[in-house]
Design a protein around this ligand. Structure first.
Ligand code: NAD
Length: 511
């Protein structure tokens, strides 16, 4: 088969993109890049379907998630093959980090959505004569824009949450990994989902921009900080609410009392799984001086055991895009020029054929002057920095414009939680890594420039709804005390009420 790049193919009518397997460089075929008009037409179809879908009880919508789960379990091999072909990641990783969490998410939201989205009737603090009902209404049409690093899971997860919340959905996956999203569309189609409820448009920035401005009711965006900023600007101009799940520069803090073996293995897994192309990858390590030598020695030994390739058993696959590989090379080169030492890797893997393979790389003697400690590398690079103590580690960990995830390693779990609370990030893991991207209970998202809003769990599911307060009067008296007319008598009465309720401890206790 021909070796091809990810290149746009010019035709007189439609723009097309030729895609290649990043591990073997074999052709995967071409996709048609959909136009602004195509996107608008798809939004129209979704709009027509949204009212009927939103009117269904949550339980009925949830049934479709169960059907998709059944289909996914049956077709898991096909899904894995598709993910592997378009990303070059190991089979085991596609199963463990995409298919398994996808199954978990489908079942979780199918089972829990009804409870999470049920009306709430909290007793009112002051107005005892009224009844409050808090209702979660669908938004209408939700646009979902996703990246290439987890092409199946990151497409499925926001879509099923938006759908079960009663919205019609239009997914625009990354143009570099369209086939996993196509399979997801296929799984939905086989459930008998009403037409127009779930739609996929294949395309690049043109389709993404069109989706943001096509009159949808919300955008769920997962991707880079640079694109997230553009999406947020466009959403701001059109007053379309958006959630942004962006990049990270996740710190790992290793305390002197950490279980060294576990911490070293955790560092290697956190930095190198998915070839480092995880938003929650460990991107920089701060280790206390007293154990630094022993920790580094173990990390290097663990790294030496890793196998890289495209065939048989291996831990580290290809990088997905040559542009990203170039970023990794630039970061490593910049670090070396500024005084970093390479203890493992540091180059493209010469033994892996024509694929996009960069060796798992360990760097020491790194400083915050280097790009590799400040900017998202998004590749298999683990820079390790020695610190005097935990307060220096925290100061450095927080010296970043990102704040997505972090991990802390100590045998004292209570202290681990205290350190976690001092880190400026949306999520922290103690004595493990990356797990906050579990797609069920734990709300996930970043602070600072890692994003806005949360996906997953109760908070994430409700973010796909508009919350409506319905206040009902219970007594039906002829007139309310606050209504007209006003006058001195009413003012006097109100002052008395305020004094009685909040002027003394008894009143405060009663109210
Ligand atoms: P990207 O920003 O280049 O692309 C993401 C999506 O946006 C793609 O579908 C792309 O076609 C689309 N897009 C491009 N230009 C657009 C525009 N002007 N308007 C609307 N859409 C547009 O990101 P990527 O390179 O695909 O993904 C890697 C990045 O995603 C990394 O920074 C990574 O950290 C981040 N990421 C974050 C999370 C998270 O949950 N926080 C998860 C995975 C990846």
């Amino acid at each position: 088969m021909a070796l091809v790049e990810q290149v746009e193919v010019a035709t007189s009518e439609r723009r097309r993109l030729a895609l290649a397997n990043p591990a073997t460089r074999e052709s995967l075929g071409e996709i048609e890049l959909q136009s602004t008009e195509d996107v608008r037409a798809a939004v129209e179809r979704a709009r027509k379907a949204s009212a009927g879908w939103g009117a269904l009880p949550v339980g009925e919508r949830a049934r479709f998630l169960e059907y998709v789960l059944r289909g996914l379990v049956q077709r898991k091999d096909e899904v894995v093959e598709t993910i592997v072909a378009e990303t070059g990641k190991p089979h085991t990783e596609a199963l463990a980090l995409e298919v398994l969490p996808a199954c978990d998410a489908l079942q979780f939201y199918a089972r829990r959505a009804r409870h999470i989205l049920a009306d709430r009737k909290p007793p009112l603090h002051l107005l005892k004569t009224k009844k409050l009902r808090i209702v979660h209404r669908p938004l209408g049409v939700v646009g979902v824009i996703t990246p290439w690093n987890f092409p199946f899971l990151l497409a499925l997860n926001p879509c099923i949450q938006a759908l079960v919340a009663g919205n019609a959905v239009l997914l625009k996956p990354s143009e570099f990994t369209p086939f996993s999203a196509q399979l997801l569309a296929d799984l939905f189609e086989n459930t008998g989902l009403p037409e127009g409820v779930f739609n996929v448009v294949q395309g690049d920035a043109v389709a993404g921009e069109a989706l943001v401005t096509a009159g949808v009711d919300q955008i769920s965006f997962t991707g880079s900080l640079a694109t997230g900023r553009l999406v947020a600007e466009a959403c701001g101009r059109n007053l379309v609410p958006c959630t942004l799940e962006l990049g990270g520069k996740d710190p790992m803090i290793v305390c002197e009392d950490a279980d060294l073996e576990r911490a070293a293995r955790g560092a290697v897994y956190g930095a190198f799984s998915n070839a480092g192309q995880v938003c929650t990858s460990t991107e920089r390590v701060y280790v206390e001086e007293g154990i630094a030598d022993a920790f580094i020695e173990r990390v290097v030994a663990e790294t030496a055991d890793l196998r890289q390739g495209a065939e048989g058993d291996f831990e580290i696959g290809a990088m997905i895009r040559s542009e990203q590989l170039a970023v990794v090379e630039a970061h490593v080169q910049d670090a070396v020029v500024r005084g970093a030492r390479i203890l493992a890797g540091g180059r493209r893997n010469p033994d892996c054929g024509p694929g996009l393979f960069f060796e798992p790389t360990v760097l020491v003697d790194v400083t915050h002057d280097m790009q590799v400690m400040r900017e998202e590398t998004f590749g298999p690079v683990l820079p390790i920095m020695r610190v005097r103590d935990i307060s220096e580690a925290l100061q450095l960990a927080n010296a970043s414009h990102y704040g997505l995830n972090a991990n802390v390693w100590t045998k004292n779990r209570q202290r681990g939680v205290e350190i976690a609370r001092a880190i400026d990030s949306g999520c922290v893991v103690v004595n493990d890594c990356m797990l906050t991207y579990g797609v069920t209970e734990s709300p996930f998202g970043g602070v600072k420039q890692s994003g806005i809003g949360r996906v997953n769990g109760e908070l994430g599911l409700k973010s796909f709804c508009s919350v409506q307060s319905i206040l009902v009067d219970r007594l039906g008296s002829r007139r309310e005390p606050f209504w007209f007319p006003y006058g001195a008598r009413k003012s006097k009465l109100l002052k008395r009420v305020i004094g009685a309720l909040w002027g003394g401890s008894l009143g405060r206790w009663i109210s």
